[in-house]
Design a protein around this ligand. Structure first.
Ligand SMILES: [Zn+2]
Ligand SMILES: [Zn+2]
Length: 263
């Protein structure tokens, strides 16, 4: 299995960003006794070996949410922690090799990555449910998962009390995707996003796509975009349609469902 599909960036002495060919990012946090891997990419290469090169500590795997590009690589691990609202059969299915294959980026395909590189059976990994405010104690470093539903019903933000960082997954990405199976309404998303914004006063945010960097200002801007959508659409439309705000944006934008704005 290939290791070079991953590149590793050291964010500080005990925190590493692992990038899978610019497609998706996961983070490895080291404590004194254990390590926490937050997400595990689609899993086109030997992520486990990459992690073991960084640390010999026992590794806990937990996901910000159960989408394919965050849990696809879970087959390399015995178990994965997933918020109970995402631990449903549908998400198990979408982490199968067939669905992971659909998620390969053009760049990956050009580099010769194919379905052959998505060998593992997701069923080899046991998904364990957690509830909001679950604490992962790594020894001298506590990381707490806080539920912020939206992009998926069980999307969580992981708060790291030692390094004052937080890991937001896809839920407040600059390019926010809300037209997803099982995504919540924008109204519901707003509650979690406001919580995330408040947390970003104290914790530096990192997301799971692009180069991972995001800021308090960007989260505030994404919230503004959603509020603009709500002003433009005083009620849900009867027909579900994909829409983007602002239209033709190449930067920050929200992709949403016109029938899923309000509860
Ligand atoms: Zn996602
Ligand atoms: Zn994602």
């Amino acid at each position: 299995m290939k290791k070079d599909v991953y590149s590793v960036k050291k964010l500080n002495e005990t925190t590493f960003l692992i990038d899978e060919m610019g497609r998706d990012i996961c983070y490895l946090l080291l404590g004194e006794e254990k390590a926490l891997l937050i997400d595990c990419t689609i899993g086109t290469g030997d992520l486990k070996a990459v992690v073991e090169e960084i640390t010999s500590l026992p590794v806990i795997l937990a996901a910000t949410h159960a989408h394919t590009d965050h849990l696809g690589g879970a087959w390399q691990f015995k178990e994965a922690w997933v918020h109970e609202d995402d631990n449903i059969f549908l998400f198990r299915i979408t982490n199968s090799r067939l669905y992971r294959n659909k998620q390969l980026s053009n760049r990956m395909k050009k580099s010769g990555i194919s379905s052959k590189d998505l060998k593992g059976r997701i069923w080899n990994c046991k998904w364990k449910s957690f509830q909001s405010e679950k604490v992962f104690d790594l020894g001298g470093r506590k990381v707490t998962a806080i539920l912020t539903p939206g992009h998926s019903p069980g999307s969580c933000v992981f708060i790291d009390d030692k390094e004052k960082m937080m890991f937001t997954g896809d839920n407040t990405c600059p390019f926010l995707l809300m037209k997803m199976a099982k995504a919540t309404t924008l109204e519901k998303w707003l509650e979690g996003a406001e919580k995330t914004l408040a947390l970003s006063e104290e914790y530096a945010p990192w997301c799971a796509h692009g180069d991972g960097t995001q800021s308090k200002e960007q989260i505030a801007h994404t919230i503004e975009l959603v509020k603009e959508i709500m002003k433009m659409h005083p009620q849900n439309e009867k027909k579900s349609k994909k829409a983007v705000h602002p239209k033709n944006s190449k930067g920050n934008c929200v992709v949403f469902d016109t029938a899923k704005i309000y509860e």
